[in-house]
Ligand binder design. Structure first.
Ligand SMILES: C[S@@+](CC[C@H](N)C(=O)[O-])C[C@H]1O[C@@H](n2cnc3c(N)ncnc32)[C@H](O)[C@@H]1O
Length: 410
């Protein structure tokens, strides 16, 4: 712990322990909006497999497969060389696998294999190690192993067996690998591009000490594979640095459920402690509820006591359950086909499907609904992909009021 404190001290940070949260990152100086609090390279990382990506820079174009293992891609010799020390061992291990088994090597499995290989290389001093770049930090990560249900434990045990099969190290501890999978689940971060599209997963030693808040004072972004934590408001000396682990645009109930399921804690941030209060109920009904039948009314709807439907809290109009159900099932029917239309080359079809969803959501949801905002964001992305800048700009403008409202309400 002392070495870790020394490593973060010069950056105006300190590591502490809070009884209700465990370790946390504190500031020892003021940070101002936009200021970088921390930059860190991943200890290990891996691109995701939705499309092929270069292991070095995560680019998805002009790639060549590693001819030996046939699993890993590179965009050129620079990236291949930069990854070689680690991939050399990984490549030998993957090449031993039968072709069919190689297909089961998911990004999570690769991340774990790389974690063990990096530890080996550092232990044998083939690559340098430092306090913030050594496998020792893995031991201190929270695992929540005791909170896992049987299904999850069985899954991690199976994944651990596959890692064992790949590495073929007789002395390896299967229980430790399974526990490390549990650690990755609550400590690794999704690496996104500047448009917040997921590119891969990485484990960042200091970033993994930062706790969550639904009203965070910092944001985690990525420049390539480097993580950057920036202040989004003035963070005074002695305050805890917090980021959002999840989409914080959802209602308190949705956020709490996601945090409990994925990270095993109940959030007590300033937004969450308002759970059940009138303002919080109103916010939830706006974010995830329905719109008033009267187009001119901006009221939010709550379920009526007779369970006939939803009553507008401003004008008292009722929306029947049947009407709501009908529109929801129409949206679901289109959304089910959504993935097919998202594939490259199908953008025109995707735009028309998303516009149909948007039209139905405008009829059903409150104008500041999250679902409507997400649909518009998807439309914005696809319109940018096809270079329809005029319409993309129009959709960009439509999403702004939702974010402004969210910021004001918080
Ligand atoms: C990435 S780790 C953060 C560092 C962690 N506190 C530690 O001791 O290493 C994520 C875990 O920290 C805890 N945590 C994060 N944010 C929290 C919060 N707001 N309230 C309570 N626990 C929190 C949860 O146990 C969660 O699974």
């Amino acid at each position: 712990m002392e070495e870790l404190q020394n490593a973060v001290k010069d950056g105006g940070l300190a590591v502490s322990n809070l009884p209700e949260k465990g370790r946390c990152l504190l500031t020892t100086k003021n940070f101002y909006p936009g200021e970088v609090i921390l930059r860190q390279e991943p200890y290990v990382c891996v691109p995701n497999n939705t499309v092929s990506r270069c292991d070095g820079c995560f680019a998805s174009e002009s790639l060549k497969k590693c001819s030996a293992c046939q699993v890993v891609w590179y965009c050129g010799s620079t990236c291949q060389k930069s990854e070689w020390k680690l991939h050399r061992l990984e490549c030998i291990a993957l090449s031993r696998l039968e072709k069919e088994k190689r297909k089961a090597v998911t990004p999570s499995i690769r991340l774990m294999v790389r974690l063990y290989l990096r530890r080996k290389l550092q232990n044998e001093m083939f690559i340098p190690a430092s306090v913030t770049d050594s496998c020792n930090f893995v031991e201190a990560l929270v695992s929540h192993l005791k909170d896992l249900d049987e299904k999850q434990l069985v899954l991690y045990a199976q994944m651990a067996s596959l890692v064992h099969l790949i590495l073929q190290w007789p002395e390896i501890n299967l229980k430790e690998i399974a526990e490390n999978f549990s650690k990755l689940a609550c400590n690794a971060h999704t690496i996104c591009d500047c448009e917040l599209r997921p590119l891969g997963t990485g484990l960042y030693p200091i970033v993994s000490i930062i706790n969550h808040s639904c009203l965070p004072n910092a944001v985690l972004i990525f420049e390539g594979k480097s993580s950057v934590v920036r202040a989004v408001e003035h963070i005074p000396e002695g305050a805890e640095v917090s980021i959002a682990y999840i989409d914080i645009a959802g209602s308190t109930m949705t956020r709490q459920k996601t945090l409990k399921e994925q990270y095993f804690f109940t959030c007590t941030c300033p937004r969450c402690i308002k759970a059940g209060q009138y303002n919080d109920i109103q916010e939830s009904a706006i974010l995830e509820g329905y719109r008033c039948k009267d187009d001119g009314c901006n009221g939010f709807l709550l379920r009526d006591s007779d369970d006939k439907g939803f009553i507008c809290q401003t004008c008292g109009l009722l929306r029947s359950k049947e009407e709501v159900k009908r529109i929801v099932s129409e949206i679901t029917a289109i959304s089910d086909k959504e993935l097919k239309y998202k594939s490259p080359g199908n953008q025109e079809e995707a735009i028309s499907q998303y516009k149909m969803i948007e039209k139905l959501q405008m009829e059903l949801c409150h104008p500041f609904s999250i679902s409507l905002m997400r649909t518009r964001e998807e439309l914005l992305k696809i319109l940018m992909e096809v270079g329809d800048w005029r319409e993309a700009l129009a959709y960009c403008r439509l999403t702004i009021p939702g974010y402004q409202k969210l910021k004001l309400d918080c």
